[in-house]
Design a protein around this ligand. Structure first.
Ligand code: SF4
Length: 326
């Protein structure tokens, strides 16, 4: 993430990694992570110290050659680790360029997808995906974008997520609630087209998780709360590029690694972090942030999918019987 102070140096990142302990997944975030010259070494620091198994690397795709070089270097430095490169697309052609404010951005992003995807021939730990954030300016163009990506880009998946919580950029807003169910149906149908291909599948429970994600997000946008507590500040935390720590990027700073001997556990055990967790749980903090929703499913579990479908069928049948015998 963009921080207020200077970025942590590689030595500082190594100091942080040395104290974290086992870490399953690292999601890098932006700004644009590939602007950092030592990005492969940063990832390697976590791989070597924390037995890291998965890394998600988002990119705006404006620097195709750099993205390809960094991807190859990360795979070389981190043997056995799975890497997902997620190239952002907001629309097709001029629509993407207009949203990004960069002429030619769409072509460059597509070129990045093609160049990075070529590396999959040498390494089956690499997945290349398109990721799209849906907001009020682009949701109407989503069907066109989903079709374009499926037909023209050889990607492992196309991940579509709702704008997260209240964005810092006040020009962005969520699509209207009335559009949400339509968007979710479209996204699920598109997901199943990828998920049907076993080679492109990320994990087996992707589909039930996606259904649950849509249900929880719809609930939040209707004004409801999550049915379980958010794991922010416990199972997941956000480290900004300058070392400040938040429970999630939508909430306030709870500590600073530079002032805590680069010890994330010390920051998370501080009274500020404990108070933040208490507030998150006590207020049943709820938003549409898919990363934290997925983590909540992993922590709390989701209702058994088959049982849920049987229940839905039974309720539909009961409704029909009720109408017949009324
Ligand atoms: S629900 Fe979780 S991710 Fe969302 S704002 Fe609250 S603490 Fe952050």
């Amino acid at each position: 993430m963009d921080g207020a102070g200077p970025d942590l140096s590689l030595q500082e990142v190594e100091a942080v990694a040395a104290k974290i302990g086992p870490l399953e997944t690292l999601l890098l975030s932006g700004g644009e992570p590939t602007l950092r010259n030592d990005l492969p070494e940063v990832v390697a620091a976590f791989f070597l110290s924390n037995r890291l198994r998965n890394v998600g690397l988002p990119t705006n795709g404006l620097l195709p050659e750099r993205a390809r070089l960094f991807t190859r270097r990360i795979l070389e430095l981190c043997p056995g680790m799975a890497l997902d490169v997620n190239v952002s697309l907001d629309g097709v052609g001029a629509k993407h360029d207009a949203i990004r404010g960069v002429p030619g951005a769409f072509e460059k992003a597509c070129e990045t997808v093609r160049m990075v995807a070529e590396l999959r021939q040498q390494c089956d730990r690499l997945r290349v995906n398109v990721s799209t954030v849906v907001f009020d300016a682009n949701w109407r163009h989503l069907p066109e974008l989903l079709d374009y990506v499926r037909e023209h880009l050889d990607v492992n998946g196309h991940y579509v997520e709702l704008l997260r919580g209240a964005p810092r950029d006040s020009r962005l807003a969520l699509p209207p609630y009335r559009a949400l169910r339509r968007i979710n149906r479209l996204v699920l149908r598109n997901h199943l087209l990828y998920h049907g291909d076993a080679e492109k599948r990320r994990w087996p429970h992707e589909t039930p998780y996606l259904r649950e994600l849509h249900r929880w997000q719809e609930r939040v946008l209707r004004g409801g709360r999550w049915p379980a507590s958010c794991p922010a500040g416990r199972e997941v935390a956000v480290i900004e590029s300058d070392g400040r720590v938040r429970a999630c990027e939508l909430r306030g700073v709870v500590g600073d690694l530079r002032q805590s001997a680069y010890d994330l556990h010390a920051v998370l055990q501080s009274p500020e972090a404990a108070a933040e967790r208490q507030t998150i749980v006590g207020t049943r903090c709820s938003c549409t942030h898919c990363v934290f929703l997925y983590e909540a499913f992993a922590v709390h579990g989701i209702p058994n999918e088959r049982r849920r479908r049987w229940l839905e069928r039974w309720l539909r049948l009961r409704g029909r019987l009720y109408r017949i015998f009324r």
